[in-house]
Design a protein around this ligand. Structure first.
Ligand code: ADP
Ligand code: MG
Length: 393
C-alpha cells in the first residue's frame, strides 16, 4: 500500500497548489496542435477537479517531449479548457512578471498551466534554483505525474524540498494497482512478459519470479530463451550475450517451482515487413531462413487457458510484432482473453498499453498504466524517486 500522503490528507481550500501532471501526450507528426491520444489528460482530471471543487488555486505544470525540442503545451491547455469547462490559460514564461502577476491574482477554483518545464535545461538537471522558482508559486505541491515519477527532475523531485508534498489520485491509483497485484495478489498470479529484448526485462523477470505462480514468455525475447534451450530460432531476434542469463532465469523458476512457459509454436516470415507469407511453425523451431514474429496458435491456446484460470494477470511486453497486421494475432488474443476474464488485469509498458488501446480493450481491463518506464520500474520492484520524495503518511 502507498504510504505517502495524498491530497485527501491535507487542506487545500484557498491555497495555491502546484500540480505536476503528466501531459506528455503524443502530438500529430504533421500538426503539433493535434493530440493523438488524450488518455493522460483525461487521467489527470480527477485530481484537478478535486482541487477546483475544494477551492484551491491550481497551478499545473508538466513536460512534453524532450529537452531541446521546445514543444508547447498549448494544445493541452486547450483540451483542459474543454474537459474542465473553464478557461485554462497557458503561462508562457515561468520567469516573467506577467506570470507572477497572474498567479498572485488567482481566485479560488482557478486553474492555470505553466509552459513545458523542459523548455528549461534546469528541469532535467534537477536544478535547485529552478525547483525553488517553481515552488515559489505555491504553498503545496501535488505530484500526479506517474509517467515521470521514475525521474528525479526539478518539477518532480526538486520541488519537494521546498513545499509540503503529497500525491494525486492518479499516482495513488497506479501505485496501488501494481502493488496489490504483484505484492499481495489474488492467486493464481499469471505474468505475461514479452517485448523485444531480454536485456530490458531481466529485472522484471527476476522480481516477478519471486511473486508469480505462472510466467508466460512471448515476443522476440522468447528466442533468447529458446536458443538457450537448444532450439533452432532461424533469423529471429536474439541476444547471444544473454543466453546464460536466460538459462539462469529458467533454473531459478524451476527451483522456485514456478510454471515457466515458452512458446510451443510461432508465426514465422522472411522478414518483418508483412509482405511475405506468414507461416505457422510445426513446433518450437523456426526455419533457418525465417524470423519468428508472433506466437503460434497452439501457444495462444495454451496461454489463453492460463489466463482464464488466473485470479490476477500482469502483462508487460507484446508477444509479437503487433504493429504489423500479419503478426498481431497473438497479442490481440492475449488482450482479448484478459479483457474477457474476471481476473484482476494490469497492463504496464509503453508498447503493451499501445496494443491494448489499438484493440480498443482498455475499458475492459482493471488497470492500464499511463507510464511506460515508470510502470516497468514498479514491476522491477524499484522505488520511484518522484514518489519517494513525497511526505509520508
Ligand atoms: P513494452 O513497451 O510494453 O515494455 P517492449 O518495448 O519491450 O514492450 O517491446 C515492444 C516491441 O517488441 C514492439 O515494438 C514489438 O514489435 C516488438 N516485438 C515483439 N515480438 C517481436 C518479435 N517476435 N520480433 C520482433 N519484434 C518483436
Ligand atoms: Mg517499449
Amino acid at each position: 500500500m502507498l504510504n505517502k500522503k495524498t491530497i485527501r490528507d491535507i487542506s487545500v481550500s484557498g491555497k495555491k497548489v502546484l500540480v505536476r501532471c503528466d501531459f506528455n501526450v503524443p502530438l500529430d507528426k504533421d500538426n503539433p496542435n493535434v493530440i493523438t491520444s488524450d488518455k493522460r489528460i483525461k487521467e489527470s482530471l480527477k485530481t484537478i477537479n478535486y482541487l477546483i471543487g475544494a477551492g484551491a488555486k491550481t497551478i499545473l505544470c508538466s513536460h512534453i517531449g524532450k529537452t531541446g525540442q521546445n514543444k508547447s503545451l498549448r494544445p493541452v491547455a486547450k483540451k483542459l479548457s474543454e474537459f474542465l469547462e473553464k478557461y485554462v490559460p497557458l503561462l508562457k514564461d515561468i520567469y516573467s512578471d506577467e506570470t507572477q502577476n497572474i498567479i498572485d491574482n488567482l481566485n479560488d477554483g482557478d486553474v492555470v498551466l505553466l509552459e513545458n518545464t523542459r523548455m528549461y535545461e534546469e528541469e532535467e538537471k534537477n536544478d535547485p534554483e529552478f525547483s525553488k522558482k517553481l515552488a515559489s508559486f505555491a504553498e503545496i505541491f501535488v505530484n500526479d505525474a506517474f509517467g515521470t515519477a521514475h525521474r528525479a527532475h526539478a518539477s518532480t523531485e526538486g520541488v519537494t524540498h521546498y513545499l509540503p508534498s503529497v500525491c494525486g489520485f492518479l499516482i495513488e491509483k497506479e501505485i496501488n494497482a501494481f502493488d496489490n497485484s504483484i505484492n499481495d495478489p489474488k492467486r493464481p498470479l499469471v505474468a505475461i512478459i514479452g517485448g523485444s529484448k531480454v536485456s530490458t526485462k531481466i529485472a522484471v523477470l527476476t522480481n516477478l519470479l519471486d511473486k508469480v505462480d505462472t510466467m508466460l514468455i512471448g515476443g522476440a525475447m522468447s528466442f533468447t530463451f529458446l536458443k538457450a534451450q537448444g532450439y533452432n530460432i532461424g533469423k529471429s531476434l536474439v541476444e547471444d550475450d544473454k543466453l546464460e542469463v536466460a538459462k539462469e532465469i529458467m533454473n531459478k523458476a524451476k527451483e522456485k517451482n514456478i510454471e515457466f512457459l515458452l512458446p510451443i509454436d510461432h508465426i514465422q516470415s522472411k522478414d518483418t515487413s508483412g509482405i511475405y507469407d506468414a507461416i505457422l511453425t510445426e513446433d518450437q523451431n523456426v526455419n533457418d531462413d525465417m524470423m519468428g514474429l508472433d506466437i503460434g496458435f497452439k501457444t495462444v491456446d495454451m496461454y489463453v487457458d492460463k489466463i482464464q484460470n488466473a485470479a490476477t494477470v500482469v502483462w508487460n511486453g507484446p508477444v509479437g510484432m503487433f504493429e504489423v497486421e500479419e503478426f498481431a494475432n497473438g497479442t490481440k488474443k492475449i488482450a482479448e482473453a484478459m479483457a474477457k476474464s474476471n481476473a484482476i488485469t494490469i497492463i504496464g509498458g509503453g508498447d503493451s498499453v499501445a496494443a491494448v488501446e489499438k484493440f480498443g480493450l482498455e475499458e475492459n481491463m482493471t488497470h492500464v498504466s499511463t507510464g511506460g518506464g515508470a510502470s516497468l520500474e514498479l514491476m522491477e520492484g524499484k522505488k520511484l524517486p518522484g514518489i519517494e520524495a513525497l511526505d509520508n503518511k
